[in-house]
Design a binder for this molecule. Structure first.
Ligand SMILES: [Zn+2]
Ligand SMILES: [Zn+2]
Length: 374
């Protein structure tokens, strides 16, 4: 190719509108305003690739592990953590990432390490919170452990962790909370293991009720502001639970579970809470949660509608987001860490971003008494 022809070819390639990876249909309101993105949802994050060399993926994942392992989740956050989390966005937003063995192995290795760490961690004060896949968390206090939306991974062959590892994690948890029926939050394999160990599975009313193996066995707390007492560890301890009546869109029942440990430490996980911001919608109760309960840690879906309004309503001491980089979603809805930083910018509450398998130790500190002279 002559130099002139080469320049013409390069110019033509860069100037053309990018087409969606995997031929994803783009809804009318997400059509891009710029030629370098294929969905308007990707305008404020670095553009993704359809594929990338294994060498770059491998070295990026190893580097991210090294940085995140050296600079653990903390407040204030070390700036290198953000660099590593953004590099993970780059890798996990390659269109083919969910199908790549390198990515799958990296995810599974992180989960194995986390499960081993959970097995040997005793919490003596406060709450330690591990981030599991997608919107999953394990919360441990000195007296109890419980999980939210724990799932093994995506259905992509080769991605999920094996049953043996699920069982090991279930052994570490006294109860599990399922926000709603979608596969990135609810796993029948996980529920089965909890029930087999005689532990409560708390879910929105009616979940899997037509399946004989689950009928009558799940716990459906009334979806309201009522406080329920759910015994765990064979009645040795009690969790106080509120199942706020949330929704994903107009029709999916989504429990927003608030759980208080016997020490009085409170965590609240939102599932896929996503509802209109209008009178008569879920913001009516979201705006009052903080008046009803002293919430320590809020675990919202990073893309919930009106995250700033939600955080103000719940008024937690700390926010730890979930649902970043959900690999079963197409790239435009894979919701990266970059977007979480942007969404929480200016919200004014402390927040911690983590990737799969990381944990943060939360301690309740006495409120500073501002403006009071001694
Ligand atoms: Zn959902
Ligand atoms: Zn989801």
């Amino acid at each position: 190719m002559t130099r002139w022809l080469l320049l013409l070819w390069i110019g033509g390639t860069l100037g053309a509108q990018v087409t969606p990876p995997g031929k994803v249909p783009i809804p009318e309101d997400e059509r891009p305003s710029k030629p370098f993105v294929w969905s308007e949802r990707r305008l404020l994050v670095a553009p993704e690739l359809f594929d990338a060399p294994d060498e770059w993926i491998d070295r990026s994942l190893q580097w991210a592990d090294f940085i995140l392992g050296t600079y653990r989740p903390a407040l204030p956050e070390h700036p290198l953590r953000r660099a590593a989390l953004l590099r993970l966005d780059d890798v996990l937003h390659i269109e083919s990432a969910p199908r790549k063995e390198l990515v799958q192995k990296w995810y599974r290795a992180r989960m194995y390490r986390a499960i081993e760490e959970i097995e040997r961690t005793k919490v003596t004060e406060g709450m330690r919170i591990w981030k599991l896949y997608n919107h999953g968390f394990l919360v441990r206090t000195p007296t109890v452990s419980f999980t939210f939306d724990f799932v093994p991974g995506t259905r992509q062959p080769g991605f999920a962790i094996e049953k043996e590892w699920l069982a090991r994690l279930v052994t570490q948890s006294d109860a599990t909370f399922i926000s709603h029926l979608h596969g990135d939050h609810a796993s029948q394999d996980v529920a089965r293991l909890f029930l087999a160990q005689g532990k409560p599975v708390i879910a929105p009313e009616g979940l899997w009720k037509t399946m004989p193996e689950f009928a009558g066995k799940l716990t459906y707390p009334e979806r309201s502001a009522k406080v329920h007492r759910i015994p765990v560890q064979g009645g040795k301890q009690v969790l106080e639970v509120v199942a706020y009546p949330g929704h994903q869109g107009a029709t999916v029942l989504n429990n927003v579970h608030l759980v208080r440990s016997p020490e009085g430490l409170t965590a609240m996980q939102t599932g896929d809470q996503w509802n209109d911001d209008a009178p008569g919608t879920d913001f009516d109760w979201i705006s009052h949660v903080g008046r009803q309960h002293a919430v320590d840690v809020l675990l919202p879906n990073c893309w919930t509608r009106g995250i700033a309004r939600m955080v103000r309503g719940v008024n937690p001491k700390l926010v730890i987001t979930g649902h970043e980089n959900e690999m079963a979603h197409t790239v435009d809805h894979r919701e990266d860490n970059t977007q979480t930083y942007t969404r929480l910018w200016g919200v004014g509450y402390p927040f911690v971003l983590m990737t799969w398998g990381e944990s943060y130790g939360y301690q309740r500190v006495a409120e500073p008494r501002l403006g009071v002279d001694k």
